[in-house]
Design a protein around this ligand. Structure first.
Ligand SMILES: [Zn+2]
Length: 65
C-alpha cells in the first residue's frame, strides 16, 4: 500500500492532494516517517481517511446551503 496522504504544513489538515492543501492552499508534505508499525499506520490511516470523509460530507452540506 502506497502512502497517499499528505499533510498541510500550514493548517495541519490531511489531504490526498500532492501539490497543495485544498483547504488553505498551503504546502503539503508526507506526514509520517516510516517509524510506525504497519498495523498502527494503517489503523491511523483509516481513521484519518474516515475523518476526511466526514469532513467532505460536512463541506458539501455547507456548500449545498
Ligand atoms: Zn492547509
Amino acid at each position: 500500500m502506497v502512502w497517499l496522504l499528505r499533510r498541510c504544513v500550514k493548517c495541519g489538515r490531511y489531504t490526498l492532494k500532492k501539490d497543495k492543501c485544498p483547504h488553505c492552499s498551503g504546502e503539503v508534505s508526507v506526514p509520517h516517517p516510516a517509524k510506525f508499525s504497519p498495523d498502527d499506520k494503517y489503523a491511523k490511516y483509516k481513521s484519518v481517511l474516515r475523518s476526511m470523509a466526514d469532513e467532505e460530507n460536512d463541506n458539501s452540506r455547507e456548500r449545498g446551503c
